[in-house]
Design a protein around this ligand. Structure first.
Ligand code: ASP
Length: 310
């Protein structure tokens, strides 16, 4: 028995903007990433390999805000954050602000397996990736017209950073966000989580969100694995991912109840718009969100597959 869930970011996804063609592309992208992870789990591979494979697939897809499709910073480049955690061993690796690494999640794994550290920032993260022969890419690989237009829109609206949020009408509340992630329970009962993001459109001053921070945007232990998406600052303040684990471990809450408390009772009241995906050691899944939607797909312990947006 194994279980897998993935997400492609949460936000207020305006139904009117999601044309049938675009929706089909999103669904196909989620389906492909789910299949990549599922194939490995079916073969008996570790959860860690499955979440990494699913996230690589989403990083390579320009539709999602991670890797190739990452949003632009205020200065017009890309700063990529990613983390990956192994529940069985508690080992974790992460990178923040990487600029050239094609698949930041692979660099996070390098940090975990080839250094004594947990989190490396720019430029060291890129340096480590190059040293180990991970593919790097020139800036134009990360250029997508849609993201560039979003940056122009953000600059024009004066939404320079989070402190200006609310100062201008939100044209498309989803323009600034997005993240990808995966959680898995493998056939041996081990869990893993992986999250990767370009962060927020128009971010400045080397801003780093919750994604690469163990406990905030990514967490895995022996009982639960979690990957978050949403307003990173709120998820960091809430230590959202680890809180799910704590509520289960110390308060005895079920997976579903712990996730509900964090997403709806804790994050929502402080403006922490977003959601998370989680899997327990028993193979139960939870994919709650308090935003208009969350791109997501899962394969439950019974082998049932689903893709959903709203
Ligand atoms: N959590 C990500 C960040 O704050 C963004 C997102 O998930 O939409 O960088």
């Amino acid at each position: 028995m194994y279980a897998l869930a993935i997400h492609g970011g949460a936000g207020t996804i305006a139904r009117a903007e999601l044309t049938p063609a675009l929706e089909a592309d999103y669904r196909a992208g989620l389906q492909a990433a789910l299949a990549a992870g599922r194939r490995l789990l079916a073969e008996g591979a570790p959860a860690l390999a499955a979440v990494e494979a699913a996230v690589i697939c989403l990083e390579d897809n320009p539709l999602f805000n991670a890797g190739r499709g990452a949003v632009f910073t205020h200065d017009g480049h890309h700063e990529l954050d990613a983390a990956l955690m192994d529940g069985a061993s508690g080992r974790v690796g992460a990178v923040a602000g990487a600029r050239e690494i094609q698949n930041p999640i692979r660099a996070a794994r390098l940090v975990m397996e080839h250094t004594e550290h947990v989190l490396l920032g720019y430029p060291g993260a890129d340096e480590l990736a190059r040293l180990h022969g991970l593919p790097t890419q020139p800036a134009d690989y990360f250029f997508t017209q849609r993201r560039f237009d979003q940056l122009q829109q953000a600059i024009a609206a004066g939404r320079m950073q989070l402190d200006h949020a609310g100062s201008a009408p939100v044209v498309d509340a989803n323009w600034k966000k997005g993240t990808v992630g995966a959680v898995a329970r493998d056939q041996h009962g081990n869990l893993a989580a992986a999250t990767s993001t370009g962060g927020m459109t128009n971010k400045r001053f080397s801003r780093i969100g919750d994604t690469p921070l163990p406990g905030a945007g990514t967490w895995a232990d022996a009982e639960v694995a979690i990957s978050c998406t949403g307003n990173g600052e709120d998820f960091m303040r809430a230590v959202a991912a680890y809180d799910v684990s704590c509520l289960m471990r110390y308060k005895g809450l079920s997976l579903a109840e712990a996730c509900r408390v964090v997403v709806h009772d804790k994050l929502a009241p402080v403006g922490g718009e977003g959601g998370l995906i989680a899997v327990s050691a028993a193979g139960e899944l939870a994919l709650p969100f308090n935003s208009g939607g969350m791109y997501r797909a899962w394969c439950d312990a019974a082998g049932e597959e689903r893709v959903a947006i709203y």
